[in-house]
Design a protein around this ligand. Structure first.
Ligand code: ATP
Length: 384
């Protein structure tokens, strides 16, 4: 197993904007690292440069302490699991797993031992004689991983391995990959644009945008302390709400009334003009369901509810608000960058499923003001 160090990696196709634009990232031995970002951000290109399928324009790729820029893929001893698993249809599961060992002319008895060990770990021992066509998607995935295990690769590389599966199987496979990676402790780099995968699988997540790293952090830190509007808007579903605000002393004036800032936040926004306040849907609650003691740590406001969506364990309410043109334009641009539905000037609030709020009626909401983020609308930087 090995660490993977990237130093100022650039990939330039033709003379356009670099697909990867100066990425420096250290992945520790045994770490599970996720590369995530909207379509075209360069995540697959970066993965392909690690494995050696793509030349590196400049920078250093160091695997297990050795610079590998000029090493062929087969000499890097990495194992890539593709979306379609690249299994040979005419070979049995046994032979598919054994394939890299046969290539390396490994003696038969050793092949047998390694394949059976891998099949045990992957719970494939009952299927060793089957052909891939007779396996479920999840089992095929495991065969592909079995190949990587027998090779005793330095690292696993996954490029959106679950994107062809239906939602249920995707969930199962996600859990399975997480379990296996922990059990095997193999350094893993996993590309996805699915934020559930990003948040649940990785020890750390690297968020990319236009070929550059925005933030590398644990899933929790990304969620709670996004460094900028891009990361804040990308991580979380439904997405964080961004509301316009002006600042007066330690008070933010928002479309939902004043938000009192603590000393640290107030100092960070002092002297600013127009700002964007970031509030996750779950920072809100139906005020009638919040006890008095808790109410004091936040603010309450009245607003007209447009639409509600009841999901069983919670419900969403959509609350339109007014915003200046400048903010509308900024939100539209951000939506494009995030490759997401337009961030409209309505807040999505997630409240308890027992709430009795009604569409088209006014309701009182509570907002946990301790958790709000404040962003510079121009640079996108999280000021808090
Ligand atoms: P997706 O999620 O859509 O696969 P991605 O984040 O993996 O996107 P890449 O496939 O790495 O993005 O592509 C990054 C950028 O490089 C894109 O603008 C893409 O069009 C460009 N690109 C990728 N491969 C090539 C190539 N072989 N020649 C020219 N440009 C390329």
């Amino acid at each position: 197993m090995a660490s993977i160090e990237m130093k100022d990696i650039v990939k330039q196709y033709g003379d356009g904007f670099p697909a990867v634009n100066g990425v420096s990232l250290d992945i520790a031995d045994g770490e599970f690292m996720i590369l995530v970002g909207p379509s075209g951000c360069g995540k697959s290109t970066l993965l392909r440069m690690i494995v050696g399928l793509e030349d590196i324009t400049s920078g250093d790729m160091v695997i297990g302490g050795t610079r590998v820029n000029d090493k062929a893929p087969r000499d890097r001893n990495l194992s890539m699991v593709f979306q379609n698993y690249a299994l040979y249809p005419h070979m049995s599961v046994y032979e598919n797993i054994a394939f890299p060992l046969r290539l390396a002319k490994t003696p038969d008895d050793q092949v047998d031992r390694l394949v059976k060990e891998a099949a045990d770990v992957l719970e494939l021992h009952e299927h060793l004689e089957r052909k891939p066509a007779n396996l479920s998607g999840g089992q095929r995935q495991r065969v592909a991983m079995g190949r990587a295990i027998v090779r005793q690769a330095e690292a696993f590389l996954f490029d959106e391995p679950l994107s062809n599966l239906d939602a249920k199987l995707r969930g199962q496979m996600r859990t399975e990959i997480a379990r296996l990676q922990r059990r095997l402790g193999i350094t893993t780099v996993y590309v996805t644009h699915d934020q559930t995968e990003a948040m649940t699988l990785g020890d750390r997540v690297c968020v990319l945008r236009k070929g550059s790293i925005q933030q590398v952090a644990s899933p929790r830190e990304l969620y709670e302390q996004p460094v900028n509007l891009f990361v804040a808007g990308f991580i979380g579903s439904p997405p964080m709400n961004f509301l316009p605000a002006t600042v007066q002393g330690s008070t933010l004036q928002t479309p939902f009334g004043p938000v009192e800032l603590d000393e640290r936040r107030a100092a960070a926004v002092a002297g600013r003009d127009l700002l964007l306040v970031g509030i996750r849907p779950e920072y809100f609650e139906d005020a009638s369901l919040v006890d008095e003691a808790k109410k004091h740590v936040g603010t309450t406001f009245t607003a007209k509810v447009d639409v509600t969506e009841w999901l069983g364990d919670q419900q969403y309410a959509y609350i339109p608000y007014e915003a200046p043109d400048q903010i509308r334009t900024r939100l539209r641009d951000l939506s494009k960058e995030l490759d997401s539905e337009e961030l409209r000037t309505q807040a999505i609030v997630s409240i308890d499923s027992t709430s009795r709020i009604r569409e088209g009626r006014e309701a009182e909401f509570w907002l946990d003001t301790r958790k709000v983020h404040v962003f510079d609308p121009e640079t996108g930087e999280n000021l808090t």
